[in-house]
Ligand binder design. Structure first.
Ligand SMILES: Cc1ncc(COP(=O)(O)O)c(C=O)c1O
Length: 378
């Protein structure tokens, strides 16, 4: 079930609080069994979600928030601030709002913002930066993951040469880049770009919605990335399986008082805890589990290729996505076959020749052999 369906179904679902006591019970109810290749995380069903929620609130130290302050939300903010190597963090109901609040505050009076043309901030926020915050986004490098230092310098020079002063206040970078099949921006490019920006007094924001996937593919740690930026946003619902939510981290002075702006934008949820109550349980092991998920994916791919009926292609600078080509079966028929074995594939038009598959930690719910069998059929 994809996230949209999950949310729609969630509203109608009965609020069962019965958590299976044992793994066997969970299996017999078919909970926590499906492997999916279409999402960033576990793609929890409503029953799975409420089971985890129930477990979280039964913990002795569980405390709800009030208007997104205190309790479990405050604890989550502190935990993420520490993991991200920043002084402080704030919970926001969406990543869309996290990016917006970051760049508007970082910009101050310097209203121009350099962004990737392929970024969420530029494409998927409905001109919010322009309309709601009076910022001018300068989109760079259409069709590519990111812009180069030379391109940034060119815009800085053009801006400096204008008849009316209008400085660039922020460089905002998304990595991995969702619209480029989750391609990462090379670390050395980030070092150069953020180093230059720092020298110019330009502030730096990282849209790291899927930041925790980067170390596996680049060898650079989460903290190495965050150290390059003034602020960083991480999604709580992609890798960490919340129902929604985002963390925005930065230094204490930046985060302080930001909850007023959160509320100003209608984002001060009276009770945020049901969205993220168990998210912290997915944080500690995430990188190790994602690494294991890729080991499993490699085994699945090897088995599929050995059959002679499939070819897999890894992407240059790729992260979670790889492309699978199937011979002698349409992608819809393949998805139907796999689903019977509890392996969920993206639904694509029949003319699609390559199926983009997402590696996530749900892969660890079955053995690589069982996952491969779901593709190969009986
Ligand atoms: C890279 C990136 N940034 C920001 C967002 C916005 O997050 P949200 O859906 O929580 O608003 C998304 C995704 O959905 C995304 O993929």
């Amino acid at each position: 079930m994809d996230r949209r369906h999950f949310l729609a179904a969630g509203a109608a679902a009965t609020a069962s609080t019965l958590l299976p006591a044992t793994a066997a019970e969970a299996a017999s109810e078919n909970l926590f069994q499906d492997v999916n290749f279409f999402s960033d995380g576990l793609a929890l069903t409503p029953r799975e979600y409420t089971a985890l929620l129930d477990k979280a609130v039964q913990a002795g130290n569980f405390a709800p928030d009030y208007y997104s302050r205190g309790g479990t939300i405050e604890a989550l903010e502190a935990k993420f601030a520490e993991r991200l190597g920043k002084q402080a963090a704030i919970f926001l109901p969406t990543g869309t709002l996290a990016n917006l609040l970051a760049v508007r505050k970082l910009a101050g009076n310097d209203r121009r913002v350099l962004v990737q043309a392929e970024s969420h901030l530029y494409n998927d926020s409905g001109d919010a930066a322009q309309m709601l915050s009076g910022l001018t986004l300068l989109p760079q490098a259409p069709g590519r993951a990111a812009f180069t230092l030379d391109e940034a310098k060119e815009w800085a020079a053009r801006t400096a040469g204008g008849r009316v002063e209008s400085p660039i206040g922020v460089v905002s970078i998304e990595s991995p880049v969702r619209r480029r099949q989750h391609e990462f921006v090379p670390f050395d490019d980030l070092v150069r770009l953020t180093g230059w920006a720092g020298e110019q007094g330009i502030r730096r924001h990282l849209d790291g919605a899927r930041l925790f996937n980067l170390p596996q593919h680049t060898g650079h740690s989460v903290k190495e990335y965050t150290a390059l930026f003034d602020t960083v946003y991480v999604s709580l619902w992609k890798h960490f399986n919340g129902a929604s939510g985002a963390i925005l981290a930065g230094d204490t002075a930046f985060i302080e008082g930001l909850y007023h702006v959160r509320r100003q934008f209608g984002g001060g949820l009276p009770y945020a805890w049901p969205l993220v109550a168990f998210v912290d349980t997915f944080l500690d092991d995430y990188e190790a589990l994602y690494a294991r998920a890729w080991q499993a994916a490699d085994q699945v791919v090897a088995a599929l290729e050995a059959s002679g009926r499939f070819t897999a292609r890894r992407l240059e600078n790729g992260t979670s996505t790889f492309l699978l080509q199937a011979r002698g079966i349409t992608s819809a028929a393949l998805a139907e076959r796999a689903q019977k074995h509890g392996v969920l594939l993206p639904r694509l038009p029949d003319e699609a020749t390559e199926i983009p598959l997402q590696v996530n930690t749900s892969l660890l719910r079955k053995s690589p052999e069982a996952v491969a069998r779901a593709f190969l059929g009986p």
